[in-house]
Design a protein around this ligand. Structure first.
Ligand code: PLP
Length: 406
């Protein structure tokens, strides 16, 4: 069923607001998505009727909240088709999830002389935690490059892997190039050499159908706020047999079984990795966001967003002086570009005056920008509430900016 974006937009209060006197055109969805009424209402209602700390009390509210939290975990499990709820750990977001693995997996499995492979198109969140680990352990980071179209050079993977490789950490979808990487193929190749793989799914979960069992990834990280849920909540999926071998990431309440001054034993998965009072309200709201996405239909979202991408690519490519970065055949609905030698910040600021929100700057991917010899891009990223009219308005304004600078 084709999505009716006009109808969808009615569920997102912020989309009917104005910016600098113009209707808001929100094209910064890869940075964070807007929230539907059902998510906003879930948070509001929880604080009004159910708020109490989870896993701790025997009283009514605590039990109610605990049940909702664990139901949200089950909703997440189904959403990414994990085998068990014990493999779903709530974190603060993709960054939190990757840091957890880099620290805990790194502590257990990485030592001096070992190697970790990432790619040239990673977000800083999937670079820096591994660099920190390498510094701590005396390990080395190796990089899979991409070509000028934004396609990973997986033909080079064999030459990068060796007996020292301890983990491969790779983005499913590039937040700048839009490229959908062939992660299933890469995981199979890594597994044939007994190397686990972490997938950064921050930009894949909002746009696709993720099945961690089908991918056979060892870890999968994503953020709630990029998938219509609140900020401050995210997910780490990890295979049980690996998570069980990893030490706790943080110590505190809820992650223990028993504590004495001499020795502490830890809780079973997933609580072993959920120390302290978690962001349980937003975890429950993430469940509501996923239910909303499910009701809209993942396939409907994929189809509609691909139409938006095709249309926007055609429109923007037709603008003389506009260069698109990221031309892989398989992309999600986002386009990074530059207008001639006009500074990305100028483009972004002028668009803002027209009510059009795009992202500008390094997009948290400085090594990727270095590949192209640039210091920043403009990025328009779409969600299923964006319309073809909004793309027309963006294109018209980009043409005006070019004229203005000529
Ligand atoms: N990985 C990718 C590919 C991203 O696009 C982002 C955010 O833009 C992140 C990781 C970090 O996500 P968060 O800031 O929600 O932890």
């Amino acid at each position: 069923m084709m999505i009716d974006a006009i109808e969808v937009r009615k569920n997102f209060p912020i989309l009917s607001t104005t910016v600098h006197g113009n209707p808001l055109i929100y094209l910064d969805n890869a940075a964070t998505t807007q929230k539907p009424e059902c998510v906003i209402q879930t948070i509001d209602e929880l604080y009004r009727t159910s708020n109490a700390n989870i896993h701790r009390g025997v009283h009514f509210l605590s039990e109610q909240c605990t049940q909702k939290y664990e139901t949200a975990r089950e909703t997440v499990r189904k959403f990414i088709n994990a085998e068990k709820t014990s493999e779903i750990i709530f974190t603060a977001g993709t960054t939190g999830s990757i840091n957890l693995v880099a620290t805990s997996f790194g502590e257990r499995f990485v030592s001096v002389g070992d190697e970790i492979i990432i790619s040239e198109m990673e977000h800083h969140s999937n670079i820096v935690p591994w660099q920190l680990l390498c510094e701590r352990k005396g390990a080395t980071l190796k990089i899979i490059p991409f070509d000028d179209k934004g396609i990973l050079r997986i033909d080079l993977l064999d030459s990068l892997i060796n007996e020292h490789t301890k983990i491969i950490a790779l983005t499913h979808v590039s937040n700048v190039l839009g490229t959908i990487n062939p992660v299933k193929e890469i995981i199979a190749k890594a597994h044939s050499r007994n190397i686990p793989v972490l997938i950064d799914g921050a930009q894949a979960t909002p746009h696709g159908d993720v099945d961690v069992q089908d991918l056979d990834c060892d870890f999968y990280a994503f953020s709630g706020h990029k998938i219509y849920a609140p900020t401050g909540i995210g997910v780490l999926y990890g295979k049980e047999k690996l998570l069980e071998q990893m030490p706790p990431y943080q110590g505190g309440g809820d992650m223990i079984s028993t504590v004495t001054f001499e020795k502490t034993t830890y809780a079973q998965l997933p609580l072993k990795f959920e120390a302290g009072t978690l962001n349980f309200i937003d975890a429950i709201a993430l469940g509501a966001a996923i239910e909303y996405v499910n009701a809209t239909g993942k396939q409907n979202i994929i189809e509609y967003e691909q139409k938006l991408l095709d249309y926007a690519t055609k429109k923007l490519s037709a603008i003389e002086g506009l260069k698109i970065f990221g031309e892989a055949d398989k992309k999600v609905a986002l386009i990074s570009f530059l207008l001639k030698d006009i500074h990305h910040l100028d483009t972004g600021m002028i668009l803002d005056k027209k009510g059009i929100a795009v992202r500008t700057g390094t997009l948290c991917t400085e090594p990727l920008l270095t590949h192209f010899g640039k210091t920043g891009f403009v990025r328009a990223s779409f969600a299923f509430y964006n319309t073809f009219d909004e793309i027309d308005t963006l294109a018209k304004n980009l043409e005006k900016i070019l004229l203005m600078f000529n």
